[in-house]
Design a protein around this ligand. Structure first.
Ligand code: NAD
Ligand code: UD1
Length: 338
């Protein structure tokens, strides 16, 4: 069961699961995606997987769904993720992200599904002290700087408490850093509704002429070129880790409950480094300008990935150039076919 399976990370994971021979069932309510994604999935895999369109905050629908299907594992991607919007509409975020999770756990408990992979975020680390960089899974959890971030912290706590009273249930919490890029075919990719908040879709939409100019939010941070540092991980590397996590759960190989892993590359890059690499690999001149800082942004964070590398036997393989190339390929494909 893949919730949010028509979204950015979900759709790429669905494709890889299908190509590995898994039977996948998608649930989505199209709040941040569209049925067109199925076409991309079909172009890559030759099939449209089973899917149901409903809202996971509706408990009756969730229970009805579980009563008709059984699953070896759930990957729970479905959530709202715009940090800024969550500050403006906190209740929307708490209701959607927490009620969905509670309903899924309740459904799993009542209908016998025992394994969960949960999409968490590096946002749980807030702005770590310099001495704590790169962050490990044991780095301190900082007070969340947005309601979105808080939903991830609370979700991790809900899952942990749920497991204490239901130890037959196992979970892996994956803390993503900054996923970027698209499927190498360019048939699926990141497709935010409206104006993108995230850096890479804003870059590709500017390069293709949909947006006039990219605003770089601040160049007065304490970093080599003054722009913030993030750990950008290719979507396909991120997906690989989900496959390993599902296998680990279904084969009963987890060593703790829940297990927590950082999914990043271990390398921090500045915004200007990303822009320059994009210009180089795509031979596009990007129109950008430095503006003031964006509220809520942190200065720098990147992952210590040694625990995930060792325990999961997983390593990132793609470079920043690979990710920006696939993101650009997807943007061009989408604008031609939209
Ligand atoms: P996305 O918005 O592209 O995908 C989420 C999908 O879930 C969408 O298709 C949306 O329609 C669906 N959805 C949302 N609420 C739902 C509900 N109540 N019922 C049914 N479907 C619902 O986002 P994404 O980038 O693919 O992110 C997936 C997960 O990873 C999210 O939990 C997000 O918080 C987490 N995450 C993302 C990033 C990132 O930068 N993309 C970073 C860290 C963590
Ligand atoms: C944030 C959260 C992450 C969350 C994600 C969802 C942190 C550390 N990370 O990522 O957990 O899941 O949002 O969307 O809080 N930038 C520009 N111009 C733009 C857009 C972005 O300069 O138009 C810069 C930002 O200032 C930032 C970098 O690019 O330094 C990456 O920004 P973005 O892609 O929005 O991701 P985060 O804010 O890091």
């Amino acid at each position: 069961m893949v919730t949010g399976g028509l979204g950015y990370i979900g759709s790429h994971t669905v494709v890889e699961l299908m190509q590995k021979g898994y039977q996948v069932h998608i649930i989505d309510n199209l709040s941040n995606s569209s049925l067109d994604v199925l076409e991309g999935i079909q172009r890559i895999t030759g099939e449209i997987p089973p899917y149901d369109i409903f809202d996971l905050t509706e408990k009756d629908k969730v229970f009805q769904f579980f009563s008709k299907n059984s699953f070896d594992a759930i990957i729970h991607f479905a959530a709202f993720k715009a940090v800024g919007e969550s500050v403006e509409k906190p209740l929307l975020y708490y209701r959607n992200n927490l009620n969905s999770l509670i309903n899924i756990l309740d459904g799993a408990l009542n209908f016998g599904t025992k394994n969960l992979v949960f999409s968490s975020s590096c946002t749980v680390y807030g702005q770590p002290d310099d001495k704590d960089l790169p962050v490990t899974e044991n780095s301190p959890i900082m007070p969340a700087n947005s309601p979105y971030g808080n939903t991830k912290q609370i979700s991790e706590e809900i899952i942990t408490d749920f497991i204490k009273s239901n130890p037959q249930f196992s979970a892996i919490l994956l803390r993503y850093f900054n996923p970027i890029g698209a499927h190498p075919t360019g048939f699926i990719g990141e497709l935010p509704r409206g104006v993108p908040n995230n850096l890479v879709p804003f870059i590709t939409q500017t390069a293709i002429g949909l947006r006039q100019e990219l605003s770089v939010f601040g160049d007065d941070y304490n970093t080599p070129d003054g722009t913030p540092i993030r750990d950008y991980i290719d979507i396909m590397d991120l997906v690989d880790a989900h496959i390993v996590a599902v296998e680990r759960l279904t084969k009963g190989q987890t060593k703790k409950n829940p297990e927590v892993f950082n999914l990043g590359t271990g390398r921090g890059l500045t915004v200007l480094e990303v822009i320059k690499t994009f210009e180089k690999v795509t031979e596009q001149k990007l129109n950008y300008k430095i503006v003031g800082r964006r509220e809520g942004d942190i200065e720098k964070v990147w992952a210590d990935t040694s625990f995930a590398n060792k325990e999961l036997g997983w390593k990132t393989k793609r470079t920043l150039a690979d990710s920006l190339e696939t993101a650009w390929k997807w943007e061009q494909y989408y604008q031609k076919n939209a």
